[in-house]
Design a protein around this ligand. Sequence first.
Ligand code: WT7
Length: 692
Amino acid sequence: MSTPDVFPPAAEVAASAHISSFQKYEEMYGRSVREPSEFWGEIANDFYWRVPPAQPFFKYNFDVTKGKIYIEWMKGAVTNICYNVLDRNVNDKKQGDKVAFYWEGNEPGDATSITYAELLKKVCQFANVLRSQGVKKGDRVSIYMPMVIELVVAMLACARIGAVHSIVFAGFSAESLCDRILDSHCSLLITADGFLRGDKLINLKQIADEALKKCSEKNYPLKKCMVLKHLGRDDLICDGTSKSSPPCKRLCQNIQGNKQDKAKRAVPQTTWNPSVDLWWHELVKNASTECEPEWCDAEDQLFILYTSGSTGKPKGVVHTVGGYMIFTATTFKYVFDYHHDDIYWCTADIGWITGHSYLAYGPLANGATSVLFEGLPIYPDISRMWQIIDKYSVSKFYTAPTAIRLLMKYGEEPVKRYSRKSLKILGTVGEPINPEAWLWYYNVVGEKRCPIVDTFWQTETGGHVLTPLPGATATKPGSATFPFFGVVPAILNESGEELEGEAEGYLVFKQPWPALMRTVYGNHERFETTYFKKFPGYYVTGDGCRRDKDGYYWITGRIDDMLNVSGHLLSTAEVESALVEHSSVAEAAAVSHPHPVKGECLYCFVTLRDGHEFTSSLTDQLKKLVREKIGPIATPDYIQNAPGLPKTRSGKIMRRVLRKIAKNDRELGDTSTLADTTVINQLFENRCKTIH
Ligand code: WT7
């Protein structure tokens, strides 16, 4: 592959950055791994502790051959994370009047905001409600809510009383919600009546009811379900900024839209079971807005978040209070180079780890002002993201490569309708970003002014582990660059030997950082097997990785997305990146496919840009392109037209499903996490006609 360009940090970003040079990064990094207790100890001093951390600051065992795997940071220290992200900002830092969240609804002009002082009151009030309903420290609470401020209120209220929240993304099905409630033995569900996603109305309460019915059938009846009235609420401010008429098209009583609008937004009947269901607004009515926090051990569980496992059954990733708090706060500060006057916007849903760490805990711990967006990137029009950036003067913007590629499809014009002059730093997360998307993000969205931080991490890692620092790191498009403080990566070969210098293999970590997951809920053995068994002494990420001659780390995709063609290790991500460089291709997914001679070969699915045609000349060009970019060994054997790709609701391509389609195998297994099942038939249909 040709050597990509290097982008040094912009001088004006470096000038005011916390870490203003690579040398400074190296000094701090060196110290963070040589003296982790001192390094994190100083950071911990910025937080409030009832009982401060003592030595040993952390303890761990990563080696299954030496006994049980465990990770502990600051055990014995006593604190409360909700107190640290709210009370400390309001009382000690006198930031009560600062906006914590600007909430932007699905409909333009539908907006409200909340200050730190107001958020603290709401959280205390709801924490009192939870307590009065019998929720105690250590109890698990399921939260199934749309992107509303009350979702943050619910999670922080749990944290305040020491209850463990288990947030389930509101796009998951009743079955998935039921499975998660059962697995974590939740005693209570918090949900909402419904919400709008683009022009689609989601009757969330109905799905929640189905989930609770399934729970009952499995002998696990939930006694309580708290329901937020989100549709039809009247506590929002119509700020009049919408260009549509009437300005506020929300589901409020005074809706004036046309007939179709009204029908689309008709409030659904909320099904009600009086012995179980409780309205949020009625519960909080008489609850006090003051609430003494539950003082927790640093190693008490803070939350469970389910992530998919290669075996199908999701794993309940457990994070604890103290380590997660200091690590999300520190990564947020340095990776987004946070300053007091920033307006930060992370587009991820709170139902995913990105939302937990970089919409809720990390920004709040820093006293930041964030945008919390309920809607979709291209609703009601393809400029929505850029309109929001201008509306709030967003300075730090964090999104996913899949969103960038989607927006890229529409070209530059929709971006250029808005100035984006407030932007300073752009971030990406979730999957390897192909250089073409990286460059579009950099050149078009950031107009070459804004450094891009490509942050590599996982639900399991709690926060960023490989990432550039915007004032210090020269970036290379597609590389997550270098480790964050306290993180020690290594690349191993199949026999578990550490590879030095330029190398490709398994990405592992050699020692824990504060926010590494502690266990799989209810199944510590699965934790040990999944992450520590293959290479004793290391945490195994499951990702492939390449280190180039300059020491940059390049994630090459999940190891299960690696393939071996005639004895050569190839990454499907690398092939995809080559394919999308073609001007006709919007998105590509490559999977491994059995081959009688080579062992495995590449089967590629390509989604074309609007107005482009799938022809045999195009497939020839694409094969040539891959040959040119990677080498003849990577030439795809099959290229198929894919008007749509099977994706999870978070936008990850389900390659497992694509592998089956390639094989014409209709036994697809669990497809409950698919965002749109209609693409499947289309792909099977396209299959036969288009094999080359
Ligand atoms: C997997 C983790 C971390 C929050 C969102 C996803 C992939 C994540 C990057 C990146 C290349 C990335 C990895 C990882 N991934 N970020 N910047 N470059 N790959 O969390 O659902 O736990 O997925 O996402 O494959 O293992 P997750």
